[in-house]
Design a protein around this ligand. Structure first.
Ligand SMILES: O=C(O)CCC(=O)C(=O)O
Ligand SMILES: [Fe+2]
Length: 287
């Protein structure tokens, strides 16, 4: 399985003046949009914390309530180290933007492409986006992969799209994540150490009427070192129905997915049919 490497767009979120409605903000927004249309994922770098965030936040570390009951502290040193770095980095990210805001600017940018009067400023008032953003929950998944039993490469995690809205992945130094690109090739993602890999899930793909790509990805394991990864998944709240806003439907972009209940779709995606079909989302609610 000799796959090529791909360097995902690396987007830097630590500019000091990255605040809404600045030039930098619009540039970042547009980088995010391009990356998500092309790959459905990108590398997010938060190396430098803007100076004004240092003062109030870093001394008083308060875990975000959304992490309650989600982190099982594992005894292994590797986990402790991974989680600590992840949380510190994530805290910077969440304090600054929060997954909701990242999510929001992705959506707003997507909407601006198809809105009849293409003025980006108007999109901030787009109520559908806000309603949707307020309907998300989060869960954290810690993954410890087996090391291969032989010298062969083995499948660590089968090819899938994430059914959720958006995934923020963080990994240790052992690579293995692969992306199925639009030109139908598996490519190795070797993230820059310390960055997050952001991956779009089916819900956002459906909600944006297919504008934003939800890529297939998988994990291959090889070598003798163990891969650890942490994923923060934002997911529609139980009972939430994903409905493509009418602003995103027009002659050039006809409706792709009927409104669907996320929990029911999740149940379908784990059935034999859901696991075997090419796209569980299309089979379940494709128009
Ligand atoms: O371990 C990884 O990097 C990928 C994890 C993943 O794709 C998932 O949990 O959905
Ligand atoms: Fe995944």
């Amino acid at each position: 399985m000799g796959s090529k490497n791909i360097k995902l767009p690396k987007i830097i979120f630590s500019h000091e003046d990255l605040k809404p409605d600045t030039l930098v903000w619009n540039q970042v927004k547009s980088q995010v949009y391009k990356a998500l249309v092309e790959y459905g994922c990108f590398e997010a770098s938060f190396d430098k914390i803007p100076i004004y965030l240092y003062k109030p936040n870093l001394k008083t570390f308060q875990p975000n309530p959304m992490w309650d009951n989600t982190i099982l502290f594992h005894s292994m040193k590797a986990w402790a180290l991974m989680i600590l770095t992840f949380l510190i980095k994530l805290k910077n990210l969440l304090k600054f933007y929060g997954p909701k805001e990242i999510f929001l600017f992705v959506i707003l940018r997507a909407i601006s492409r198809v809105k009849p009067n293409n003025k980006e400023d108007d999109c901030g008032e787009f109520r559908g986006g806000k309603v949707h953003v307020n309907s998300t929950n989060y869960f954290l998944r810690l993954i410890k992969y087996k090391t291969p039993q032989s010298s062969e490469t083995e499948m660590g995690l089968r090819a899938h799209t994430d059914t959720e809205i958006l995934t923020i992945l963080y990994q240790n130094h052992v690579n293995g994540l692969q992306l199925f690109t639009k030109d139908k090739q598996w490519k190795n993602i070797n993230p820059t150490p310390g960055t997050f890999t952001i991956i779009i899930g089916d819900s956002l793909h459906a909600w944006t009427n297919g504008t934003i790509h939800a890529p297939y990805h998988r994990v291959l394991i090889r070598g003798s070192e163990r891969r650890y990864s942490i994923g923060l998944f934002s997911t529609p709240k139980d009972g939430y129905t994903i409905t493509t806003p009418k602003e995103l439907i027009n002659e050039d972009h006809p409706l792709l997915f009927k409104p669907y209940n996320h929990l029911e779709f999740l149940t379908f995606s784990y059935t034999e049919e859901g696991m075997q079909c090419e796209s569980a989302l299309k089979t379940y609610c494709g128009v």
